[in-house]
Ligand binder design. Structure first.
Ligand code: NAD
Ligand code: DAU
Length: 332
């Protein structure tokens, strides 16, 4: 049994991880989350009070971070500003949280000699051509495109430096696009599902040929637990489930699953600097650590996600109008 500090545990992937840990292990969890616009305490409803505690605070605040890190065995670091579109309009919070926040946590785990796992993204590698047979591996050079991905790349490099220079006991994982319950309606899949529920036409950036490599958030959680259990200190592991799809196909599948004509969507202004394609080769994680994803059927996982948004309107409704007004102001 271990005590885990999960940063960003009120966000999309962090909350899925907290549920996964409490369901599948006997670890205790403390969540540290600032509750920005992206955090939602309702995502942590119903967790057992004897194994779970929530603390509202900023990962860039050394006092709160030092006190919490001192009381746990390991830190799993999800907290971040996570949305590319926001980073194009206001990059500053991305620097504060993704860079200074990660630095603050690294100094605390260094002081207290605690295990650290850093959650990162495949976007640090930039993008691939549509017809490139290559996929990202742990050896692909860093080449981030957006303010978001460049701050994530910077945070990865900080972790590597703290391992090498100070002997911090850390691992890093870089995962592809997640889908599943509790994802904010600003993101692609929940935005389109909730648009259809509200009678709004889905919005596709540009021609919709951009490819993302989809993985269910629960598979991301099992991969992170595997790395915490058996990962080699100082190593990076790529997490992916062979889920490449272009955005047009995903929108058409959402519309079909929701009983609408497959072409009932709009093309809108493209994202500046829009990465064309991400694709993950997760051979290292599968062969060295024996991990495998459970959600191999994207259509079934997407149908379950649609059901979740249909059944949990109270969770997303308070944020929907503001998100759509913001996108409309940008022609998206
Ligand atoms: P999210 O935006 O849904 O959640 C982020 C959480 O972090 C929120 O609860 C927010 O309140 C909290 N937070 C933000 N700033 C904070 C601060 N300064 N102090 C404390 N808490 C703060 O993000 P997500 O999609 O769940 O992503 C989680 C992590 O996974 C991020 O590090 C992201 O880079 C990474 N990641 C995401 C994906 C994806 O597909 N969403 C894929 C690969 C990696
Ligand atoms: O690859 C991992 C990354 O995946 C994570 O690091 C990020 O935190 C996460 O947000 C996600 O980044 P993307 O930019 O790929 O995700 P997003 O959901 O914003 O967009 C997915 C694709 O859909 C992208 O090609 C842009 C497009 N898109 C997005 C929105 C919101 C649309 O076509 N229409 C939309 O309305």
């Amino acid at each position: 049994m271990a005590r885990l500090l999960v940063t960003g545990g009120a966000g999309f992937i962090g909350s899925n991880f907290v549920h996964h840990v409490l369901d599948h292990t006997d670890h205790d969890v403390v969540v540290l989350d600032k509750l920005t616009y992206a955090g939602n305490l309702a995502s942590l409803d119903g967790l057992p009070a004897d194994r779970f505690r929530f603390v509202q605070g900023d990962i860039a605040d050394p006092t709160v971070v030092d006190e919490l890190v001192g009381g746990v065995d390991a830190v799993v670091h999800y907290a971040a500003e996570s949305h590319n579109d926001n980073s194009l309009h206001d990059p500053r919070p991305f620097l504060d949280t993704n860079i200074i926040g990660t630095y603050t946590l690294l100094e605390a785990v260094r002081r207290h000699e605690k295990r650290f796992h850093h959650i990162s993204t495949d976007e640090v590698y930039g993008d691939l051509e549509l017809d490139d047979p290559a996929r990202f591996t742990e050896h692909t050079p860093y080449n981030p495109s957006s303010p978001y991905s460049s701050t994530k790349a910077g945070s990865d490099l900080l972790v590597r430096a703290w391992v090498r220079s100070f002997g911090v006991q850390a691992t890093i994982s870089n995962c592809s696009n997640n889908y599943g319950p509790y994802q904010h309606v600003e993101k692609f899949i929940p935005r389109q599902i909730t648009n259809v529920i509200r009678g709004i036409r889905p919005k596709l950036y540009g021609a919709g040929e951009n490819v993302r490599d989809w993985i269910h958030a629960d598979d991301h959680s099992s991969a992170v637990l595997t790395i915490l259990d058996r990962g080699v200190i100082g190593e990076t592991y790529l997490i992916g489930a062979d889920g490449e799809k272009n955005n047009k196909d995903v929108v058409e599948l959402i519309l079909t699953l929701m009983g609408q004509p497959a072409d009932a969507y709009d093309h809108v202004t493209d994202r500046a600097g829009h990465d064309l394609r991400y694709a993950i080769d997760s051979t290292k994680l599968r062969t060295d650590l024996g991990w495998a994803p459970q959600y191999s059927d994207f259509e079934a996982g997407l149908a379950a996600t649609i059901d979740w948004y249909r059944n949990n309107e109270a969770w997303w409704a308070p944020t929907k109008d503001g998100v759509e007004a913001f996108y409309a102001s940008k022609g998206q």
